[in-house]
Design a protein around this ligand. Structure first.
Ligand SMILES: [Zn+2]
Length: 330
């Protein structure tokens, strides 16, 4: 298969074109490292300014969407230890969190003295959603460029449960541990507003409602939440503007007691469903659902090309995929 000679995007990726040197159009439109570094400095400054204005007023300064994976663990550490924020961590349990990840979560919230909520939706509902996501395209085609349908439905729930909780508890920030590959720099600080969230929620909620019915209502904003217009929090993805070095991140969180799980795949340090979701996506579309974000990290110099190829090319663990299928009844 033809791959971009600079990043790792394959010829099967939607909308890709290569120039004479075999460089893809995504690399072609990348403005370069110094431009990116400048933007990072600006966002870091902007974040600092927002903290001065918005924190120290309520019970919590930030809600952290905490998966227990390496990136969200590191983000949680940064918010608590470096920025001295009072954080409420919220973990969305999709029924497939690795047991090691659960132990890591307990270890880290205790070590960092953080209040923690585990939100576990009904498994019969999640099961219906994941099974449908393995068979159908539930959301716009564009979402498939960046994630599998299963992942998109899960993340959709994570985001809206986080937002609902932040609104109800009057928390001014929602923090995500998106890596620089997952969070584009220009959206790493994003003020939510009722109008935009209504539109975004419809795009995710409507297809899920068709599958699972009105029982999904508690996971989304309802009319009363949209009226809280003065409370809408700001989403932040600090790893997009801070220095990102995967080996240093892992070293730091290991000092805090985090242990790398051995039961997950190459692209997740918490979720067992991921392998199955990736496999389904690759069979249907012939590119890895993580390739866009990993290619972006290669392009931006935060990940080695060889390491990136290793992450993308490592085959799924058949045993793991089999056990997920069994749990989903596929
Ligand atoms: Zn490229």
């Amino acid at each position: 298969m033809l791959l971009c000679s600079r990043c790792i995007l394959p010829e099967t990726f939607p909308g890709i074109k290569f120039d004479r040197k075999g460089v893809c159009n995504f690399c072609g439109s990348f403005k370069g490292q110094s431009d990116l570094e400048q933007q990072k400095r600006e966002y870091k400054q902007k974040f600092g300014d927002l903290l001065t204005v918005l924190t120290g007023k309520g019970r919590y300064d930030a809600l952290m969407a905490y998966s227990g994976g390496k990136d969200s663990t590191y983000t949680l550490y940064i918010l608590k230890a470096k920025y001295k924020l009072n954080v409420l961590a919220v973990t969305f349990d999709n029924g497939f969190i690795s047991s090691r990840a659960f132990t890591n979560i307990q270890q880290i919230v205790e070590r960092l003295d953080i209040d923690h909520i585990i939100y576990k939706p009904r498994f019969d509902i999640l099961k219906k959603i994941f099974v449908a996501g393995s068979k159908e395209v539930l959301f716009s085609r564009k979402t498939l460029d960046r994630a599998s349908t299963i992942c998109t439905s899960c993340i959709g729930l994570v985001k809206s449960i986080a937002l609902r909780t932040a609104l109800e508890k009057q928390i001014p920030f929602i923090a995500f541990g998106w890596s620089p590959g997952q969070a584009p720099i220009n959206s790493c600080i994003f003020k939510n507003n009722a109008f935009m969230i209504k539109a975004m929620q419809e795009a995710i909620k409507r297809p899920l409602q068709k599958i699972a019915g009105d029982d999904i209502a508690p996971y989304f904003l309802e009319e009363e939440h949209f009226k809280m217009t003065d409370r809408f929090p700001t989403n932040i993805s600090p790893l997009a503007f801070l220095k990102y070095d995967e080996s240093k991140i892992i070293k730091k969180i290991q000092e805090l007691g985090w242990v790398p799980p051995h039961d997950t795949d190459a692209n997740s340090t918490n979720c067992l469903l991921n392998s199955f979701a990736n496999k389904v996506h690759k069979e249907k579309y012939h590119y890895h659902p993580y390739v866009f974000e990993i290619a972006k990290m290669v392009r931006e110099g935060v990940l080695d090309r060889e390491e990136a190829l290793e992450k993308i090319n490592r085959p799924e663990d058949e045993q793991l995929v089999k056990s997920v299928k069994k749990r989903l009844g596929c």
